[in-house]
Unconditional design. Structure first.
Length: 295
């Protein structure tokens, strides 16, 4: 099969079906009728001599052939889209667009307030959508264009992604201002005597503070595990528990932040985007804006 024998619009339909796993929803996304989507799928099946998607109670499940081609197809669509847009001059004050981010609640608190204030002044027609993805999904969604940016620690290793340092944070031990046993200096003995709140999206496992302590032969007393960064400060503010958290988060909630009695790596936030979007004018404008806004 040669490229000039295939209608490239069929790959747009292929990607929509893959993303939605439903012909009706794919048709809605593409603003087409369902028969038109069904016809496009039939033509794709003929071109690849494969069913590509199998109807099940869980939706349209991709076949191994579909799984094998989807990554390159999505990258090609993204590149074509970038080629079309690269020649355009992006005018933020006139743009009407949605940028989609993958972030957790802490990075949302860091990124969204200054970015939204900037957009309100410079690009009122631009809106944002933020949701948390598993790290193994980020690369795929950035490649397909479903996602525009991700904000995460520097652990995503994909040669097809670009990234830049967005922010660096130090950690402190945060307690309430009127804590009965913690003054202005914290010793290792006092730190270990406190009950601690541990923030993690995982059900079990150690955090960076635990790893640093274990290397010194110490273990802290974790009294509570929570999955969201923004719930921990509220808990600390109303209990005698302590939480090792970024300095900016402790200040935002009026907590007493004390220097840790041991060395701990700084928290780095990186901004990720797919290399196929690197030359896109809108993508470039937003990331340059964001990199200049976050201290």
């Amino acid at each position: 099969m040669r490229l000039n024998q295939v209608d490239l619009n069929l790959f747009v339909v292929f990607d929509a079906i893959y993303q939605e796993r439903n012909l009706t929803r794919a048709a809605e996304v593409l603003n087409l009728s369902q028969p038109a989507v069904s016809n496009a799928l039939s033509r794709l099946r003929s071109s690849f001599n494969d069913r590509l998607f199998v109807r099940t109670p869980q939706g349209m499940v991709p076949t191994p052939v579909a799984e094998n081609i989807v990554g390159r197809a999505q990258e090609a669509l993204q590149l074509l889209n970038t080629c079309v847009q690269e020649g355009d001059v992006f005018q933020p004050e006139q743009a009407v667009k949605v940028f989609r981010f993958s972030m957790n609640d802490l990075s949302e608190a860091l990124v969204l307030p200054p970015l939204l204030e900037h957009l309100q002044e410079q690009a009122p027609g631009i809106s944002l959508s933020s949701y948390a993805l598993r790290r193994e999904e980020v690369s795929k969604d950035l490649a397909s264009g479903v996602l525009d940016f991700a904000v995460d620690v520097p652990v995503i290793n994909d040669p097809n992604l670009c990234h830049e340092l967005l922010s660096t944070e130090t950690y402190v031990c945060a307690v309430r201002q009127d804590h009965p046993s913690v003054k202005d200096v914290l010793s290792m003995e006092q730190y270990l005597a406190l009950g601690h709140v541990h923030i993690s999206s995982r059900r079990r496992g150690q955090g960076h503070a635990d790893i640093a302590l274990n290397q010194l032969g110490y273990t802290r007393n974790i009294h509570l595990r929570v999955q969201h960064y923004l719930s921990a400060p509220r808990i600390v503010r109303h209990t005698d528990l302590a939480c090792t958290m970024p300095t900016r988060l402790a200040k935002a909630f009026g907590l007493k932040g004390l220097s840790l009695p041991f060395e701990m790596p700084k928290l780095e936030w990186h901004l990720y985007w797919h290399k196929s979007s690197d030359g896109d004018q809108a993508n470039r404008w937003l990331r340059e804006s964001l990199l200049s806004l976050i201290p």
